[in-house]
Write a protein that binds this ligand. Structure first.
Ligand code: SF4
Length: 381
């Protein structure tokens, strides 16, 4: 059974109200499209990182805060020995029914290790499949193949996980619509409880500096599929998964009934989230902070007894409620009508006429509205 969490009154979805995100910043190699805070390392400093993370919990005075979801993301947290995952969980106040997720890469996963994670309290795995297709995996620079991804899923089941999510990417250079549909069908055949499918994004200027694939794109050495093709891919994924009982509940996320991510729902419903580890971003009360992306700076600050923050900002009430609307509209449920500011009534009517939103007790995006989520949300904020 999926863990329970409080119902968010504005969106009607079960969501953690206070979550913890733990970032593990090491990977065996660096994928050419990746802009996450991750460092390639064949011998990650597991022990030192665990000590630093526990110290950060202490510096933040966070050990007494009750969290109803924990997410170990990365990086490749499935490289981290289970005893360190256990130390982190033991130092936090994790609610008895909390959803506790760990991301795993097919190349760093086996049933023994998964059993160890389960034994220390992980109750949900999120496996970074990205694709089963050899050409797509090659284009993404991934080191696993489709068979390894399927083996990782089976290992999760063999270890007793009854809540498994698979991650996919579409809109990859050289990828065809048929390949995307094949990926979705092969994923659905495994019968996971949850699946995320994100379009590859490389066009933000900030990426060009440090992401090899973004540099290749800006030099015209690779081209991504046209926007209409990417939209067709997204719709094909939604249709294929829907036929197999995985319903879209958020712009990029699909689940069997009751198995949506409580942790991610915390972000979409304005909950608070503690962030721990290099590169992690959190919001506690009205304060948002981001930790250093550089593991060296992170270690240097924490080991000297300082909070490892690269930035910290106080958010005003207007910003918080605008974010609440934008994030809530990512959900198929939408948001309660009364959180959309009265000053946005004209925009709301226009979107309704254009078939982008529907209005009842809640405002929610139509399928076409989802395609234009960012623009519609910005106009209603
Ligand atoms: S495995 Fe994930 S986090 Fe690590 S480099 Fe690849 S995309 Fe980035």
């Amino acid at each position: 059974m999926p863990p329970v969490a409080p119902l968010d009154p504005l969106t009607g979805i079960e969501a953690a109200r206070f979550a913890a995100y733990v970032h593990y910043p090491f990977c065996l190699s660096k994928c050419p499209y990746c802009d996450f805070a991750s460092i390639a390392s064949k011998a990650p400093p597991h022990e030192r990182y665990a000590r630093a993370l526990l110290r950060e919990v202490e510096l933040r005075g966070a050990s007494k805060v009750k969290v109803d979801a924990v997410f170990f993301g990365g990086g490749t947290p499935s490289l981290w020995p289970a005893r360190h995952v256990a130390e982190v969980l033991e130092t936090l106040s994790v609610a008895p029914n909390a959803e506790v997720t760990l991301e795993a890469n097919p190349g760093a996963a086996d049933a023994t290790r998964f059993r160890e994670y389960r034994a220390v309290g992980i109750n949900r795995l999120s496996i970074g499949v990205q694709s089963f297709e050899p050409s797509t995996l090659k284009a993404l620079g991934r080191e696993h193949d489709g068979a390894m991804a399927e083996a990782a899923f089976r290992a999760a089941r063999a270890a007793g996980f009854d809540n498994v999510s698979l991650d996919f990417i579409y809109g990859v250079h050289g990828q065809t619509l048929e390949q995307v549909v094949r990926d979705a069908a092969r994923a659905a055949a495994l019968e996971p409880e949850h699946l995320s499918a994100y379009a590859l994004t490389l066009e933000r200027e900030a990426l060009a500096e440090e992401v090899p694939l973004a540099r290749q794109l800006s030099r015209g050495e690779v081209t991504l599929p046209e926007d209409e093709v990417v939209l067709a891919m997204q719709r094909a994924v939604a249709a294929e998964l829907g036929e197999h009982g995985l319903q879209r509940y958020e712009v990029s996320n699909y689940a069997r009934p009751g198995f949506h991510s409580r942790h991610n729902a915390c972000y979409w419903t304005g909950g608070e989230y503690l962030a721990l580890g290099a590169g992690a971003t959190g919001r506690v009360g009205a304060v948002r902070y981001q930790n250093h992306r550089s593991a060296e700076k992170y270690f240097a600050d924490v080991e000297a007894g300082r909070l490892p923050e690269a930035s910290r900002e106080a958010l005003d009430g207007e910003t918080l409620s605008a974010e609440r609307v934008a994030m809530g509209l990512r959900l198929v449920n939408g948001v309660k009508l009364d959180v959309v500011s009265a000053g946005r009534a004209a925009a709301l009517q226009r979107f309704e006429r254009e078939g982008l939103v529907v209005r009842g007790e809640r405002v929610r995006l139509t399928e076409r509205g989802f395609d234009l989520h960012s623009a519609v949300a910005a106009a209603l904020m």
